[in-house]
Design a protein around this ligand. Structure first.
Ligand SMILES: [Zn+2]
Length: 116
């Protein structure tokens, strides 16, 4: 079937592109980065003023590993790099999702091809 062959070729091209994109992804880090502001225990501190000027921002990475969640403080000077690692991870997951989606369709097409 000509139409199926065309679709197979399109899917193969798209999957090749995804693989190339995955290949170009840099360092990965699981989790999400959040910004936090804290109140301390020092009496009369600016963090207890009205309005309060809290301490921070502090950066925290929340993640799940082997089904367990964890957090980790991130030094301010490392925030940029950690943020980009987290972004890479999100991107990888999206690309893998897309690959699975296209791959499933491709697999189905290959099966029906053989039946014909
Ligand atoms: Zn304080």
């Amino acid at each position: 079937m000509e139409k199926e062959k065309k679709r197979i070729a399109t899917l193969e091209r798209q999957i090749t592109r995804i693989k190339q994109e995955i290949n170009s992804i840099g360092d990965l880090r699981r989790g999400s980065l959040s910004e936090q502001y804290n109140i301390c225990g020092t009496p009369g501190c600016k963090c207890k003023a009205t309005p309060p000027i809290k301490h921070g921002p502090y950066y925290q990475l929340s993640f799940t590993k082997n089904g367990r969640s964890g957090t980790k403080f991130v030094n301010r000077k490392n925030v940029r790099i950690v943020r980009s690692q987290v972004k890479n991870y999100t991107r990888l997951r999206k690309l893998v999702e897309k690959w699975l989606e296209l791959g499933s369709e491709l697999s189905d097409l290959r099966l029906s091809d053989k039946v014909d």
